[in-house]
Design a protein around this ligand. Structure first.
Ligand SMILES: C[S@@+](CC[C@H](N)C(=O)[O-])C[C@H]1O[C@@H](n2cnc3c(N)ncnc32)[C@H](O)[C@@H]1O
Length: 186
C-alpha cells in the first residue's frame, strides 16, 4: 500500500514538473498564459470580418478563448491555434472535443509557433509580450501572405505603423497591420 502511494506521488510530481516546465518554456519564449477577456473578445469580433474559408491563426492560443469566440460567429472560417503550455493546451482540446460538431473548424496544435509556417493564414492574432516581437516580425516578414491581416493585442509591433488601432478605457489596445507593411520592412 505504501509503495503504491509513493508511486502515485512520484507520478503526480512528474506531471507537475512537466506542466511547470512547459509553462516556463512558453513564458520565456513569448508570453505566459493570460486569456483575452470576454469583453475584449466581443470587441475584437465587432472589429473584424471573415469570409467563408478564410484561415485564422492564433500564435499562442492559450485555452482557445479567442478562437472559440470567433468560431461561434464565423462557422465557415477555419481556426488554428498553436500552444506549448500543457495546461491551456489541454483545456483548449477539451473545449474543442466537448462540442466537436460545433467546433469542427477549430484545430488546436501542440506546437511552438516559431516552428510553424504562417503562409496560409488570412488573419493572424497575436497577444504576446514585446520581447518576442523582433523575432516574430522577422518571421512574419518572410512568410506572411498577401492581404493577411495581423491583429495585435496590448502592445504595438516595433517600427511598423498600424493601419488602424483601438485604444479605449477598460480594453487592452488592439493594433491592426497589413501584410504589405511586413514586406516593406524586409
Ligand atoms: C498572453 S497568452 C494569450 C492566449 C490567447 N491568445 C488569448 O488571447 O486568450 C500567450 C500564450 O502564448 C503561449 N506561448 C508562448 N510562447 C509560445 C510558443 N513559442 N509557441 C506556442 N505558444 C506559445 C503561452 O503559453 C500563452 O498561452
Amino acid at each position: 500500500m505504501v509503495i503504491f502511494l509513493i508511486i502515485i506521488l512520484i507520478l503526480i510530481l512528474i506531471f507537475a514538473i512537466i506542466f511547470l516546465a512547459s509553462f516556463i518554456f512558453a513564458a520565456l519564449s513569448a508570453a505566459p498564459w493570460l486569456p483575452t477577456n470576454r469583453r475584449q473578445r466581443r470587441r475584437l469580433i465587432e472589429l473584424i470580418s471573415l469570409k467563408p474559408g478564410q484561415i485564422v491563426y492564433d500564435l499562442g492560443c492559450g485555452d482557445g478563448a479567442v478562437l472559440f469566440s470567433l468560431a461561434d460567429k464565423y462557422s465557415e472560417a477555419k481556426f488554428v491555434g498553436f500552444e506549448v503550455s500543457l495546461l491551456p493546451y489541454l483545456i483548449a482540446i477539451f473545449r474543442k472535443f466537448s462540442r466537436y460538431n460545433k467546433y469542427k473548424n477549430v484545430s488546436i496544435k501542440y506546437k511552438d509557433f516559431f516552428k510553424q509556417d504562417v503562409r496560409e493564414a488570412d488573419l493572424i492574432f497575436i497577444f504576446l509580450t514585446t520581447k518576442c516581437y523582433p523575432r516574430l516580425v522577422a518571421k512574419l516578414s518572410q512568410e506572411i501572405k498577401q492581404n493577411c491581416l495581423v491583429v495585435v493585442e496590448a502592445w504595438p509591433l516595433p517600427d511598423l505603423k498600424p493601419i488602424n488601432y483601438i485604444k479605449e478605457g477598460g480594453f487592452m489596445s488592439l493594433y491592426f497591420y497589413q501584410s504589405a507593411q511586413f514586406k516593406n520592412n524586409n
